[in-house]
Design a binder for this molecule. Sequence first.
Ligand SMILES: Cc1cc2nc3c(=O)[nH]c(=O)nc-3n(C[C@H](O)[C@H](O)[C@H](O)COP(=O)(O)O)c2cc1C
Length: 325
Amino acid sequence: MNFYFAPLEGITRYIFRNAYEKYYGGMDKYFAPFISPTDNCFLTPKNIRELCPENNDKITLIPQILTNKPVAFIGAAKELKSMGYNEINLNLGCPSGTVCVKRKGAGLLSEWYELEKLLDGIFEWAGNENVKLSVKTRLGRFEPDEFYDILEIYNKYPIHELIIHPRVEKDYYKGEPRLDFYEYAVKNSDNPVVYNGNLFTPEDIKKHDNKESVMLGRGLLYNPELAECYNYMSARDEDTESKESTGNNTESADYEFNFKRFWDFHDEIYHSYQELMSGDKNVLFHMKELWTYWKALYNDCEREIKHILKSKNSGEYEAALRILK
Ligand SMILES: Cc1cc2nc3c(=O)[nH]c(=O)nc-3n(C[C@H](O)[C@H](O)[C@H](O)COP(=O)(O)O)c2cc1C
């Protein structure tokens, strides 16, 4: 099974991606958080720093574009192509109110005329330029039934991969993904589909083990070893099955989380942010965001985690880490 690391804006920046690849790896593709080109500014200096090949040379990175305008998409895509990218992802899933009100992200899913105009323009360009376009989508804006018509639209285009997060805009990230609609896509999509949503444990992934590729997001933040743990357990299960069939069944050792590796991973991100950003405030903002997920690694350590989340400078932060370690 192929694993894709989902784009997580503000989190899976190049520093995080490189540290993840160094300490964990196992991802076939990393999707970069969206960039938002306008008609007259396609890539900002920050976008270029995040996406330039020098900062991403150890991974397969797929840049993602959020726009509803063919001119802006193509302008940005041309620059990305000149940087060496031959696959680009279109974001049709962002549920943020400020994005959707401008009819971008999931907000474009109710504007079928505009959606088709965008897809017509960008697929014509991509066909001529030999660039693969993938799409990351939700089921619709308001009701999942919208997906029947939206999938018909997608079927008109040669989408390299249609990554489906089976929720609607108004679900945000709440509730269970609507798996029945995902299964509808598996049966009715003319393009390859990739599942994304709430894969938090190896058992969750196992339910999708008939798929060629899945995209993992928050699950890899809650547990950076998630994919590795899934692979370990699958290999163990296969081994047990073959031993059972030959009557030679022995217990496998249980999987254990490697905290030493986690702290090396943490330190690499922390020190890289310290080098890149001026002042503790910015660095701690980013580290604390990660800790809202990483706290799941530590049961019964609420007080210690609270110290981390309340720290006001690097001295307090590092002291709080020492207590947790
Ligand atoms: C903090 C955060 C930032 C996100 N940023 C992006 C983004 O830039 N582009 C995108 O397509 N999806 C974005 N998403 C959605 C995720 O890529 C993914 O679809 C979603 O988290 C569901 O997958 P999961 O349950 O495996 O996390 C973001 C989600 C979160 C929680």
